[in-house]
Design a protein around this ligand. Structure first.
Ligand SMILES: NC(=O)c1ccc[n+]([C@@H]2O[C@H](COP(=O)([O-])OP(=O)(O)OC[C@H]3O[C@@H](n4cnc5c(N)ncnc54)[C@H](O)[C@@H]3O)[C@@H](O)[C@H]2O)c1
Length: 320
């Protein structure tokens, strides 16, 4: 079904998820304005879009107000991996909170729908498995991950207050681990880490015993979830979990990557970082019921595409 052409703002548009979202929105026939301060995003991620007549990118920090005319806003701007968000934790909270206020203010002024890229980290180190949206979470308020977790929690609060106070059309999705091409090669996220280590023949580092589980969603599936969520009527606000409910221990992920890359790397174990969740898995019953959404890309297919991307990247720019 063809959707009417819209002017869509994507904050964090040069990042991993943002660049895929811009691509999809352009493919769907929309005008896309990406904004990014390039903290973790890269021009390389959107280089192939720069010639598209309906694409525009502006260097802008979302902690400052933005005045543009748009119909929809996807608010993705925020460093997403612990190495990056812990680099300047005060700024991380600021990006989440002040960034949300600025985007909500913009949405209010121009009467746009606004979607917040929230996170499974709002559940902290969960005591409920799998995590349903009504679980309120278990975050260490003063721990090293709190700048991100609490920043994102406060952003959700702001979204719902703007809804109650100003009747804004809000959408909140809680994103669980997502992987795919254009992930940052050095951001310490497990899929990219393992792939880069395997391709370079380095030891694969597993934190802890490797029995802790995660569930990985391929980027195309995640972007499809965003688009479906944005397309819902005003009564649908979320929060809605988006992620792959198939859990797997880190040790098994490492073994799959070794097998798919044909690498001879060894698996080595390192101590678990502070507040690292032991288990993380979405309950996606709500996404299935409300959005008719569930992930479709099998792990091996997604890993194969991601490995091909990193292989190419490392050939062009060998990692230090
Ligand atoms: N990838 C995942 O598994 C995952 C999981 C949960 C939540 N999320 C959320 O999705 C969003 C996108 O994550 P990603 O994986 O693409 O990460 P990413 O780091 O690749 O993208 C974030 C983008 O935001 C930009 N940015 C950071 N601070 C900014 C600022 N002050 N002003 C403007 N731009 C700024 C960065 O330069 C980058 O391009 C984030 O909000 C993240 O919290 C991602």
């Amino acid at each position: 079904m063809k959707t009417p052409r819209k002017r869509v703002l994507v904050t964090g548009g040069a990042g991993f998820l943002g660049s895929h979202l811009c691509e999809r929105l352009l493919k769907d026939g929309h005008d896309v304005l990406a904004v990014d301060n390039y903290f973790t995003g890269r021009r390389d991620n959107i280089l192939h879009l720069l010639d598209a007549p309906r694409f525009e990118i502006v260097r802008h920090d979302v902690t400052f107000p933005l005045y543009v005319e748009v119909d929809e806003i996807y608010n993705l701007a925020c460093p997403a991996s612990p190495v990056h968000y812990q680099f300047d934790p005060v700024q991380t909270t600021k990006v989440s909170v002040v960034g949300a206020i600025n985007m909500l203010g913009l949405a209010k002024r121009v009467k746009a729908k606004v979607l917040q890229a929230s996170t499974s980290e709002v559940y902290g180190d969960p005591t409920v498995h799998p995590q349903t949206e009504d679980y309120r979470g278990s975050v260490n308020i003063i721990g090293p991950r709190a700048c991100y977790d609490e920043g994102k929690r406060c952003a959700e609060t702001l979204f719902f207050d703007y809804r109650r106070q100003h009747k804004l059309g809000i959408k909140v999705v809680r994103i669980f681990n997502t992987y795919g091409p254009r992930m940052h090669p050095n951001d310490g996220r497990v899929v990219s880490n393992f792939i880069v280590q395997a391709l370079q023949g380095q030891d694969i580092t597993i934190f802890g015993d490797g029995l802790q589980t995660r569930a990985f969603c391929y980027v195309d599936d995640m972007i499809d979830g965003f688009i479906r969520m944005m397309a819902t009527g005003d009564e649908i606000t979320g929060p809605i979990n988006l992620g792959n409910p198939t859990e797997m221990p880190m040790l098994r992920l490492a073994e799959r990557i070794l097998s798919l890359t044909g690498s001879k790397s060894r698996i080595v174990h390192r101590p678990l970082p502070m507040d690292d969740p032991v288990q993380r898995c979405p309950d996606i019953a709500k996404a299935r019921a409300v959005l008719g959404w569930e992930p479709n890309v099998p792990l091996d297919d997604g890993l194969t595409r991601t490995i091909a991307y990193f292989d190419q990247l490392l050939r062009e720019k060998p990692a230090p």
